[in-house]
Write a protein that binds this ligand. Sequence first.
Ligand code: TMP
Length: 212
Amino acid sequence: MLVGKLITFEGIDGAGKSTQIQLLEAEFNKLGILYKTFREPGGTDLSEKIREILLDKDNLELYSNAESLLFAAARAQLTVEQIKPAIAKGECVICDRFTDSTIAYQGHGRGLNIKNLEIINNIATEGLTPDITFILDIDPGKASERMRAESPDRMEAAGIDFFQKIRQGYHQIMEQFPYRCIVINAEQSQENISKEINQIIMKRFKEELTCS
Ligand code: TMP
């Protein structure tokens, strides 16, 4: 039976996830590996609408618990509508953020109860967990310099202290799941990061990836 792999990318805003996902897509295209890419929150019509609410910088009154549940609702829809069917067909799914973002941002960043967030995550994903997670690790000061040109959304507008807590949160997640989570130094060149990621994926899954 074909079963695809779920590959997730995590890290604070400005860590360079989007670039690395594009480079991984190029590698998969070159090798003929079947994949789909989604972003969180988003990836379905409904989840994209929830994304707009979550990132709208005018929604300052949004409470942290409501925020967590909206991220979970977007994830629940994406999981059932897109991720699970793709994996069942044997395709690789590349996801720009997944459950670890909730633990890092709402748990460590906002200070919500992590056990509760794990339960919410579990409901949203029906127990689906990533096969491998790349955590792009960067100093929040450097990450914010990278983003300076863009106008910040509701999440990005939070201060450096918030992102320091999230970075520490990701380190704790990595300690909790050392096999699944790989921390990558995101302050290196894009080429080096991409090479490291490609090598790890090929070493772990080469025989199992479905080609066209
Ligand atoms: P991004 O597409 O730029 O990564 O934007 C998503 C934002 O939402 C980013 O600031 C991280 C945040 N986020 C959470 O706080 N919790 C979550 O569960 C997810 C998926 C994202």
